[in-house]
Design a binder for this molecule. Structure first.
Ligand SMILES: [Zn+2]
Length: 86
């Protein structure tokens, strides 16, 4: 395969479509999503109300997903899951 743009991902057993096999890929994808968000924010003049991925987490099936959840719901989830600490 020669198509190298973007970050490789695969469907995850948890039902989410974009699952990254390692933290580095998730982080790369997150960076891309945020760059896109910033460009769009400039165009609209505001960042409010945008549904854009802010962080990533590891799900029960071992893949990493991007999420637009805010920090508090993310904390709730990680406390429940454990083991995803850096
Ligand atoms: Zn998953």
């Amino acid at each position: 395969m020669s198509c190298n743009k973007g970050v490789a991902w695969r469907p995850c057993n948890c039902g989410l479509k974009r699952g990254f096999t390692n933290e580095r890929d998730a982080e790369k994808a997150l960076g891309r999503a945020q760059a896109k968000r910033n460009r769009r924010a400039d165009a609209y003049g505001t960042r409010r109300g945008q549904h854009i991925e802010q962080r990533y987490y590891q799900c029960d099936f071992g893949l990493f997903h991007l999420t637009s959840e805010n920090r508090s719901s993310y904390a709730t989830r990680t406390m429940k899951m454990k083991g995803a600490a850096k």
